[in-house]
Design a protein around this ligand. Structure first.
Ligand code: GDP
Length: 320
């Protein structure tokens, strides 16, 4: 990627978008474009088209999305499918109109079938039924992958997709109703330790397995994939299976995760499992062999990453 060229990070206030901005800055990019929500509403097609005509980015990272954990997905399905479909449609079509040279769409490992063979390879897409708790979100993200592929096939664009596994990191959402499991448990264990609570409630059975990747690793992977020459990207993908998995290649049970978070936080009470809350997918381990073969690998171990995020949380408003 040309370091002087204008590069637009859509969703720069979010955990992933802000990590991509940091990764681009570290790599020496001098012309990073961002658009605060107050000045550009990505749900407004005319405004998005106008923004692209005026700002003419050469590269686009599409990290803007409506995201949330199992409870938010389960209770706000209309928001999750509608907002994600509209953001993707608006940004991808405007990027094509404005002649953007390369775009990277960020999806999610929940696009794969609930009972897909583990670890899940890119080819598992659209081979079976989805996990019901996040089906609307997954359908929107699958549409994003297919939008990129369809523009590539019809218009010759170079629009790429990555499917990151469950991400965590600084800037995550620590609201207990809307968050994913890592920020939720860091907060619950922290508050239990501070308040000397005898136990902490962990949702579900503790048996589901999840793969977790630090957002700084994910952002480096995004930059790596965007920097690949078109011939290299095409050599590792096909026109109708053009996405690349991004993960660390190992997973843990939620019970193991809870114990590790208890250690990181220094909580010595009991861990209880609340069977009234949903488990979601039994397992979501990505097959990351494609990206590995291209030369990329995660660097930040789970415990190291959790310690760093816990420090970040304690220094933030909510953790004090
Ligand atoms: P998912 O990967 O889409 O299921 O998203 P989550 O990160 O929200 O949940 C992952 C797993 O952690 C699910 O099995 C949840 O039931 C479990 N879990 C345990 N405790 C919590 C919690 O306090 N919050 C959330 N969001 N999930 C929890």
């Amino acid at each position: 990627m040309d370091r002087q060229a204008p590069v637009f990070v859509a969703g720069h206030r979010g955990m992933v978008g802000s990590a991509i901005v940091r990764a681009l800055e570290r790599a020496g990019h001098e012309h990073i474009l961002t658009a605060p929500r107050a000045s550009l509403d990505l749900l407004d097609q005319a405004a998005v088209r106008h923004w692209f005509e005026v700002n003419k980015p050469r590269y686009v990272f599409l990290a803007a999305a409506r995201v949330g954990g199992i409870h938010a997905n389960d209770t706000l399905p209309a928001d999750f499918i509608y907002q994600n479909l509209v953001i993707e449609t608006n940004v991808i079509e405007a990027a094509w109109r404005a002649g953007v040279e390369r775009l990277l769409f960020l999806g999610s490992s929940c696009i794969y079938p609930r009972m897909a063979t583990q670890p899940m390879s890119e080819e598992a897409l659209l081979t079976g039924a989805l996990e019901p708790t996040n089906e609307p979100y997954a359908v929107a993200k699958i549409a994003g992958v297919k939008l990129c592929e369809s523009f590539n096939r019809q218009h010759g664009t170079d629009f790429r997709s990555v499917m990151p596994t469950n991400l965590y990191g600084p800037g995550d959402n620590f609201d207990l109703e809307g968050s994913h499991v890592i920020p939720a448990l860091l907060r619950k264990f922290h508050e239990a330790r501070c308040g000397n609570a005898p136990s902490v409630a962990v949702w579900g059975s503790g048996k589901p397995r999840r793969e977790f990747l630090h957002v700084d690793d994910a952002a480096e992977a995004c930059r790596f994939v965007m920097a690949l020459g078109p011939a290299t990207y095409r050599a590792h993908t096909t026109p109708m299976c053009s996405h690349l998995n991004v993960g660390c290649g190992t997973d843990v049970t939620i019970a193991e995760l809870a114990r590790t978070i208890g250690d990181v936080v220094g909580y010595e009470g009991e861990i209880r499992f609340d069977a009234n809350k949903p488990d979601g997918a039994p397992r979501k381990l990505l097959d990351v062999s494609r990206l590995k073969a291209m030369g990329w690998q995660a660097r930040i171990g789970l415990e190291e990453g959790l310690r760093e995020v816990y420090e970040w949380y304690r220094a933030s408003e909510g953790g004090r």
